[in-house]
Design a protein around this ligand. Structure first.
Ligand code: GLN
Length: 325
């Protein structure tokens, strides 16, 4: 537990970081997705949670709850691993970056499976792999997990988000039916599409997102509640695919410049894990050409550089505190 002085000092630094990144030129933004997100264009939040006790530092609109979208893929993949074991999941979903956009219609033909669980094809199979008698039970089990990660028993699906996503669902439908024709996915496609759409439509705020990240940084245990959201043996697997595939087809650039396992969503959220140390949750809806949050990428790059967090940094700082001078 940091002393009040240290807490205030870190808050101050985070506020300064937030202010520095607040101005954003329109031309930097490629899109808002879905386009209605433009209404939320001025929202911006940065949150950090520590792994020791889940202490939160935040700046900006950290109370605003936005849909997880693709960030949900991380947690559902974790559950699929717990339900089926590593070997069976590997047979069905690869761990290679695709080099293509998250919603592209490409598969790992050699192994007859989607490239990885962070692209839509792989995420659809991961949802399909979650145990349950029907999609209602699968969804309940998925939500149960998300709540453990976030430390919020009230997380729910925002059903009003399903219709606006119809266009992306059409694409996911095409992916799913193709996968069924290849024998990559077996269950009821329409039900599975709804399940996936619902997991994408769970709203969290940036503080909760930071706690979800801190849970992954902490071997699957939520540092605030002490509850196990993911078995420790699978956190390694989840973090590995986040590291190589979490930022769409900009994953290589991200690994090079930020050097931390992360996952973004088209809502403008980014979840970043600093193993053994911190979880970051950032939210800002304007997206770049890859579909990653413009402000989010910049803020994460700065935090990683300033605190020496890159996994391959030659001189990593030990704590947030040391660098707060
Ligand atoms: N619902 C979106 C889709 O599947 C989520 C995409 C994302 O955040 N990249 O297309």
């Amino acid at each position: 537990m940091p002393t009040p002085e240290i807490h205030a000092r870190i808050d101050e630094r985070l506020e300064a970081l937030y202010r520095r990144h607040l101005p954003m030129e329109d031309r930097e933004v490629e899109s808002y997705d879905p386009p209605e997100m433009e209404r939320e264009r001025d929202l911006f939040a940065v949150s950090i949670a520590t792994v020791d006790d889940g202490t939160l530092y935040h700046a900006g609109d950290s109370d605003y709850a936005f849909p997880l979208q693709s960030i949900s893929k991380v947690f559902t993949y974790g559950l699929a691993l717990e339900d089926n074991g590593r070997e069976k999941v590997l047979e069905r979903i690869g761990v290679e970056p695709s080099g293509d956009a998250y919603n592209s219609i490409t598969f790992d033909k050699r192994n007859n499976r989607p490239h990885n669980p962070m692209v839509n094809a792989g995420a659809l199979v991961a949802a399909d792999l979650v145990a349950g008698r029907d999609t209602g039970e699968q969804l309940e089990r998925i939500l149960e997990k998300y709540r453990l990660y976030a430390g919020n028993p009230d997380l729910e699906v925002d059903e009003s988000l399903l219709d606006p996503q119809a266009r992306s669902t059409d694409r996911n439908r095409a992916i799913s039916y193709l996968m069924r024709s290849f024998g990559m996915i077996s269950d009821d496609i329409e039900e599975n599409l709804l399940l996936y759409g619902r997991q994408c439509s769970v709203r969290v705020n940036s503080n909760e997102l930071a706690l979800m990240a801190a849970t992954l940084a902490n071997g699957g245990v939520n540092p605030k509640t002490g509850e196990q959201a993911l078995q420790r043996e699978y956190t390694r697997d989840v973090l590995s695919v986040m590291h190589t595939c979490g930022m769409y087809d900009a994953a290589g650039q991200w690994a090079y410049s930020v050097g931390l396992p992360a996952k973004s969503g088209v809502s403008g959220g980014i979840l970043v894990v600093v193993p053994g140390k911190l979880g970051l949750g950032v939210f800002s809806p304007g997206l770049d050409a890859y579909g990653n949050s413009v402000r989010g990428v910049k803020v994460c790059r700065e935090i990683s550089e300033n605190l020496g967090l890159h996994v391959f940094a030659d001189q990593a700082e030990d704590t947030l505190l040391q660098t707060a001078d």
